[in-house]
Structures are given as C-alpha cells and as structure tokens.
Design a binder for this molecule. Structure first.
Ligand SMILES: Nc1ncnc2c1ncn2[C@@H]1O[C@H](COP(=O)(O)OP(=O)(O)O)[C@@H](O)[C@H]1O
Ligand SMILES: [Mg+2]
Length: 261
C-alpha cells in the first residue's frame, strides 16, 4: 500500500448522481499534488475522502496506511491537516486568530474550554509567525482580510503536525497580490523537505505553486490524467479537462492557460 494515499476504484454516489467514478490514486511521502478540474468535477468530494470526512460508496480508500472503514476516524483525522471553505465557515466570527489555530489540536472550531497546554499555544504562535500572522494573533478572525484568513487556515491545518496536508482552493477569493503571496508561500512549503505530503485543489492553472511534483486532472467525477506534473499539464489534457481548446504555457514553474482562437 502507498504510504500516504492509496485509492482503488473509489466511487461516491448520492441518489442518482455519481460524484466520483472509480478513482484510482496513489500518493507517496514527499509528493506535492495539485488537483485541477472545472466546478463540479468531484475535487472536493475526493478531498473529503482523503480527509476521512466521508466514506466511499464503493472501492477502497487507504489513508496513512489505514483502511477507511476499518479505522477509528477520530484517531486518523488529527494526522491530516485540512483547509477548506466549509471548515472556515464554522469558525465563529469573534474567535481570536491564535485560538483559531490552537483549537485544531483538539479537533474543534470555537474555543470551548480553557486550559490549553502552553506548548500548544507556543506551537500555534510559531506557525502564525511562519505564515506572517504573528502580529495579528489577538485579532478576531472576522476582521482579517481574505488573504490573512487563508494564511490562518493553513497555519491551523498544520497545527497537529499532520502527515498529509489537504488544501481545497486556498487561493479562492484572493486579489492578485494576495494570490501571488500565497503561491509563493506554498511554493516554499512544497520545497521544505520537512513538510508533509500536500494535495492542493484549484480550478486555476495560475495557482499551481512551483515545486509541486504531481498533478491530477478531473472531469465529471473521473480522472482525465494523472502523474508527474509536466507530463500531465499539457494543452491536450487541459483542453479535454475543461472542455475547450486551450493553449498552455509554462515559465519558471508557473503555468498559464488561454482559450485557443
Ligand atoms: N450530497 C450531494 N448530493 C448530490 N449531488 C452532490 C452532493 N454533493 C455534491 N454534489 C454534486 O457533486 C458534484 C461534485 O461536487 P464537488 O466534489 O464539490 O466538485 P468540485 O469540488 O470539483 O467543484 C457537483 O455537481 C455537486 O453539485
Ligand atoms: Mg470544490
């Protein structure tokens, strides 16, 4: 079994709709994956399986050498860092930035009990500093800019020192400066050998950070292509994925796609 993720014929069906259709996927330690595809392709659904938040309808999902369905998910989840819009929406407006990060150690949002260990606070503070948020640790989460919020969410996802980091559209809603700052930070994280395996979901090719090693392209719940990033992010594959003829260019590890005229 692959050490980080091992999915075999994973399907998710809800009513008459197939959200994921027999997905095979392996992620190994040290790999940095980007998952690209249009809205509705099934990216978030796949990430929710990888995060042990939902179970496949059929197929096998191995996560960190445990089989989903045969493991206590409450023991598995702290080993996985997750940042998503759904999770961000659960953070109470007045929650202080430091608490948004500290509470990840207890798998909750909202600081509902006192008496956190000093070590946890120190770790949360160190992570906030790394992500340029140290000076804002006492600010209410709701008062932050969108870019600041994204950085706090990533610091939170890293709080439990996870073996797998899952980022669902971390650059969504950012302006150009905010996006470029985040892409740069994620690129540095990708190149940090001490960082966990990373899976980043996006529908914008421009958001792929340099240093990511692998890519998966999804459409209609299925995989169009997957493998080493350069072999996957081609004009042909991306045109098929997004359903329109695209020109793709790459420069200094950054990718751009434009419609072919
Ligand atoms: N509980 C559900 N029941 C039916 N359809 C769903 C459910 N959850 C998601 N979907 C649909 O499944 C598709 C895939 O969703 P999602 O994984 O969120 O895609 P993506 O993240 O790639 O945009 C979408 O068309 C979405 O509307
Ligand atoms: Mg999504």
């Amino acid at each position: 079994m692959s050490d980080v993720l091992e999915m075999a014929a994973v399907s998710v069906v809800r009513g008459a709709k197939t959200l994921l259709d027999k997905v095979d996927w392996q992620v190994k330690e040290g790999e940095r994956w980007v998952i690209l595809g249009p809205n509705g392709a099934g990216k978030t659904t796949l990430l929710q399986i990888a995060a042990a938040r939902i179970h496949p309808t059929s197929g096998m999902a191995g996560i960190l050498e445990e089989i989903l369905g045969a493991v206590d998910v409450f023991e598995l989840r702290p080993r996985i860092g997750l940042s998503s819009a759904a999770l961000a929406n659960q953070i109470p407006e007045h929650e202080k930035v430091l608490n948004v990060v500290v509470t990840a150690a207890y798998g909750v949002t909202g600081r509902w009990r006192e008496g956190y260990e000093r070590d946890d606070e120190r770790r949360a503070f160190a992570l906030l500093n790394e992500w340029g948020m140290g000076p804002l640790l006492n600010r209410p989460f709701a008062s932050l800019s969108e870019g600041e919020r994204k950085r706090v969410q990533i610091a939170r996802a890293l709080m439990t020192d996870p073996e797998l980091l899952l980022l669902d559209e971390p650059a969504a809603g950012l302006d150009l400066a905010g996006r470029e700052d985040l892409v740069h930070r994620l690129s540095e994280l990708a190149r940090d050998e001490a960082a966990p395996a990373i899976v980043l979901v996006t529908h914008h090719l421009e958001e792929v950070p340099p240093g990511f090693t692998h890519a998966m392209l999804m459409r209609d719940g299925g995989v169009v292509a997957q493998g080493p990033i350069d072999s996957v992010l081609t004009a042909e594959n991306l045109s098929e994925t997004f359903g329109l003829p695209l020109d793709v260019s790459a420069s200094a590890g950054r990718y751009t796609a434009t419609a072919r005229r």
